[in-house]
Structure formats: C-alpha cells, structure tokens
Design a protein around this ligand. Sequence first.
Ligand SMILES: [Zn+2]
Ligand SMILES: [Zn+2]
Length: 281
Amino acid sequence: MKFADLHLHTHFSDGTFSPEELAGHGQRLGFAAMALTDHDSVEGCARMADACGAAGIELITGTELTAEHSDIELHLLGYFVDTQNEKLLADLARFQTVRQDRIREMAARLKGLNVPLEAETVFALANCKSPGRPHVARALVKAGLCKSLDEAFERYLKKNRPAWVPKAKMSALEGIELIHQAGGLAVMAHPGLNRTDDVILALVEAGLDGIECFHTKHSTAMSGRYLELAGKFHLLVTGGSDCHGFSKGKPLIGTVKLPYEHVEKLKQAAAARHSSLVTGH
Ligand SMILES: [Zn+2]
Ligand SMILES: [Zn+2]
C-alpha cells in the first residue's frame, strides 16, 4: 500500500530540517508522496522537488496560511499552488513582513520585561523570511534566558502572556481566494486544534476544497468525525504529521500515513481547478 504525508515544514519556515533532510526521512519511511507546507512561504518547494525527485517521491507543492473567520484563527493549506504565481508571491512577501514586524514587537515587549533579546538575534537564528514564535523561543533558550521551549511559551509567548503580540490575519475567504487564483486547492488544516467546527460550513460555501482529517494531534474519534463532515460536504480528505523537525521535540514524520487514494483524488481536483482557470469556467 502507498502512503503520503501532506503536512510538512522545513527551515524555510519554523521547521529544522532542510528539504534534503526531509526528503531523506520520507524515503526512509517509504512515503510515495509528500507535500511541503511551510508557513507563508513556497521558497523551499524548488529544492524539495529536486530532493524528492532524487528519492523517488512525488512532491505536492504547498503552503500553510494563517487566517481567521468570525474571530476564530484557522490555518489553510494550499496544495498544488503555482509557486511562481505573482499575486501569491506578493501576498506571501506581505505576510512575511507582518511576521518580521511581529518579532520586533515581541522583542520590544521582552525588553520591557528585562529579558534582553534583540529581534536581530531571532532573525539570525531563524535565517528565513517567515520567522515565528518558535524561533523566538529557540533564541530565548539559546541565550540562556529560558531553560526550555515550553518555558519560553508558558512565561512569555503563549496567547495572553506578557510578550505575546496578536497577529494580523487575513480573512479565511481571502485565503481561499488567494489559493484558488494560484491554481491550488484550499484545505482546512487540523480543524481539531483550532475548534473550527462552527465555521466549516461558511468556508465550504466560500469554496473550501478539503479538510485535514488526519493529523498528529487528532484523536481517532476526531478523525472519524472530520471524515464524516468531509463526506457530508463533499470535501477532499487530507492528512499529515505537521512535522517541524526537532523544533517541537521528536520529529513527527511517520506518525500519520495517509492512504494514497486520497492523493489521487486531490490530483484529480487540482487538474479540474487548473483547467477551469485556463478556460475561465
Ligand atoms: Zn498549522
Ligand atoms: Zn503546519
């Protein structure tokens, strides 16, 4: 049987693996297909395509966007997006600037708490255009200002903690439209983590294509419930480990093995989206 992992991060966002390392793990675990879904970035896709090609693994290009609907934060996975699409690249560049400004604001708040961490130190450690809170946490530990990543989040970085800064987010409807105009499929990531059940219907009406039923942090019961919803709303089914390398403890790749039949359906839907973009229907 063939399997896929459709939710993976590299050091082009807050993962620790390079595309080559990630493809190597995929090969070791025998995955037939993988999708790269770095936060607000498609920069790693070209290298990942080469690395997967060499490893005999099919790569699906992707990204993970942060959005909101009715004050609920949610993540949207965009699969098969054209990584050269002008509007997508322009918007991702804008989201990356928002991320960098947010890190500066967090550093300023930390300074106000007598925790001397420079934003530049975080940027140097992150070494990517999509820095996020995990990078701040790693920088705090590296500088000896916190003992662990958990402590960094608990004391300073978690929502409503003193160095937390709210993140400006686009609306989910804009996110879906952005993915669609780039030829991609919009999939709601880990609905079980964001308590997004109440907004699924509104997003389906806005053109949501799929739902991530299988995720490392979904219980079997949760996955079952989302499979049911996917059936009810005729949504594609996806799944992935959300592996960040060593960023959040042990690498998660291998914990979710999506049967390949779902990849086939995703490919058919992407081909249909592509031909409708070309013909305008
Ligand atoms: Zn996510
Ligand atoms: Zn993710």
